[in-house]
Write a protein that binds this ligand. Structure first.
Ligand code: ADP
Length: 276
């Protein structure tokens, strides 16, 4: 497939709930085939809107030359396709920038409530259009982790945007910060952020693949939603850099909760990396 990493997936069936823990276990072994796959996928993703644009240009120059109604309609479609191209290029750039930073540890103190506030403010209009609403739940005291504020904001933005695009309901979307707690999976104290929707959920077999580049649960539907298929790949790389974790918990027909775990202490990050 088009995976760029391999994951250790821990699937814990609990009634109908599924919890999948993604862990980056990438090895250098097939880095070259991964690169080839990626280039092939990018080419395909760029080609689709480009082909549409070229087709409509041809039509505008020929058959639709004297048909203002058709011209207007085609220009509308062309604008959508051009916008798709722009978003794809933006996300490819984000991905490459995030990859570039992955070797350095982010150490600035980041106030997570501030990060959430900024992301929800930006996405409020999209939520309104999708006939849903965002609610934020945060403890009284400030929740601070060592990190990169802009990158963490991108994480929250991508997760909340997904909840709106794929999980909008009248019940709303809850973004919560949980007080620091010891996380066995990371063997250290972490702050957990959750983005919870009550949408249709994600079938279990897809959960381990969501962070692959260009992976979509329903290729046609998800393209229609305007996603590039890179959002969660970007999130994964940012979480790797923060030595954190990304977890998907989804029940079909009931909704999806995406959690991120962020270590609260930077010293532990070094210790963590020596754990096999
Ligand atoms: P995109 O940029 O296309 O939205 P992502 O990498 O962000 O791609 O997400 C990958 C896929 O995961 C989406 O195409 C969608 O099918 C699925 N997905 C992500 N979040 C949710 C959610 N909250 N509910 C249902 N499906 C989701």
């Amino acid at each position: 497939g088009n995976t760029d990493q391999t994951f250790e997936a821990l699937v814990v069936p609990d009634n109908k709930q599924t919890l999948v823990i993604l862990e980056d276990q990438s090895a250098e072994h097939d880095i070259n085939s991964v690169r080839r796959d990626f280039v092939a996928n990018v080419s395909h993703e760029l080609r689709t809107p480009l082909t549409a644009l070229l087709g409509f240009i041809e039509t505008l120059q020929g058959p639709a030359r004297n048909d203002p109604k058709a011209q207007e309609r085609f220009l509308g479609i062309m604008a959508v396709e051009a916008d798709r191209l722009r978003r794809l290029v933006d996300d490819l750039l984000s991905l490459s920038r995030v990859e570039e930073t992955e070797r350095s540890r982010p150490t600035n103190p980041v106030d997570l409530e501030e990060v959430i506030r900024q992301s929800t403010e930006l996405l409020e209009p999209l939520a309104k259009t999708a006939k849903t609403h965002l609610q934020v739940v945060a403890p009284e005291q400030p929740m601070v982790v060592p990190g990169d504020a802009a990158q963490l904001q991108q994480v929250l933005h991508n997760l909340i945007e997904n909840a709106i695009k794929y999980g909008a309901t009248e019940a709303g979307i809850t973004v919560a910060i949980h007080p620091p707690a010891y996380e066995r999976s990371l063997q250290q104290e972490c702050i957990r952020l959750t983005v919870e929707d009550q949408g249709s959920g994600i079938p279990e077999r897809h959960l381990v693949r969501l962070t692959e580049r260009f992976y979509r649960v329903d290729d046609h539907r998800d393209r229609e939603m305007g996603g590039t298929g890179l959002g969660l790949a970007i999130v994964k790389h940012i979480m790797n850099r923060h030595r954190g974790r990304l977890l998907f918990d989804s029940t079909e027909g009931q909704g999806t909760t995406v959690s991120i775990l962020l270590p609260t202490v930077i010293e532990n990050l070094i210790r963590q990396s020596s754990i096999p």
